[in-house]
Design a binder for this molecule. Structure first.
Ligand SMILES: Nc1ccn([C@H]2C[C@H](O)[C@@H](COP(=O)(O)OP(=O)(O)OP(=O)(O)O)O2)c(=O)n1
Length: 176
C-alpha cells in the first residue's frame, strides 16, 4: 500500500518519514515531488566497469540549463533529503518529465528502509533535453512494509549530491 498525500504529511509530522526541505505545494495525491539539485555527474570512460572506479566529471548546471544527451547516463541529486525507518520510499519520474522522454532512474527505484539522504537520479533521455536546477523532475512514494525491519546501513547512507556507483567496493561473490 502507498501512502496518500495527506498521510505523507501526517507521517512526516509524526517523524516517521523525512522530506527536507518540505513544501506543501510538492505534495501530490500519493507522492511528493523531488527537485533537481545544482550539479550533474557523468562518466568519462569509453567503457564503464563494474570492478573498477569509473572516472567522472561533475558540472554545475548553468542558469540557462544543461542539455542531456541520449546514450549517456547523468547522475543528479534531489534537493530533498528523503527516507524513512517505517516505509520504503520508491522514486520515479514525474509524468511531465517522462512525457519528454526522461527516465529519472535507471531501474534503481527502491530506497532501502532506513536509508536517509539525497536521492541519486540516474537520468537517461530519449531525445536531447534541456534541464534546469530546481526542476521538479521526480517524485517519491512511500510504501508500507510487511515483516521484520532491518534498517539500511550501506555504502550510500547519508548521501549528499550525485553519488557515482560504488559497486566496485562489493566483496567478490564466493564460489558456490
Ligand atoms: N535511485 C536511487 C536508488 C538508491 N539510492 C540509495 C538509497 C538506497 O537505500 C541505496 C542503496 O540502494 P541499493 O540497495 O539498490 O544499491 P546497492 O545494493 O548497490 O547498494 P548497497 O550495497 O549499499 O545496498 O542507494 C539512491 O540514492 N537513489
Amino acid at each position: 500500500m502507498i501512502l496518500t498525500g495527506p498521510d505523507i504529511v501526517a507521517e512526516r509530522e509524526r517523524g516517521r518519514l523525512v522530506l527536507e526541505p518540505f513544501h506543501p505545494a510538492q505534495v501530490q495525491p500519493n507522492s511528493y515531488d523531488l527537485t533537481l539539485g545544482p550539479t550533474l555527474v557523468y562518466y568519462t570512460g569509453e567503457v564503464l566497469d563494474t570492478r573498477a572506479e569509473n572516472p567522472f566529471v561533475e558540472v554545475e548546471i548553468p542558469e540557462d540549463g544543461f542539455v542531456l544527451e541520449p546514450h549517456r547516463i547523468y547522475l543528479g541529486a534531489s534537493v530533498e533529503v528523503i527516507g524513512s525507518n517505517f516505509y520504503v520510499p520508491r522514486i520515479s519520474s514525474r509524468s511531465g518529465a517522462a512525457r519528454l522522454g526522461l527516465f529519472s532512474h535507471c531501474t534503481a527505484e527502491l530506497i532501502d528502509i532506513g536509508s536517509i539522504g539525497q536521492t541519486t537520479f540516474q537520468f537517461h533521455t530519449v531525445e536531447p533535453l534541456r534541464v534546469y536546477a530546481g526542476d521538479r523532475l521526480g517524485q517519491v512514494a512511500f510504501v508500507r512494509v510487511q515483516g521484520d525491519v532491518v534498517l539500511y546501513d550501506g555504502k550510500y547512507q547519508g548521501s549528499r549530491g550525485p553519488q557515482p556507483s560504488k559497486i566496485h567496493h562489493d566483496a567478490p561473490a564466493t564460489a558456490a
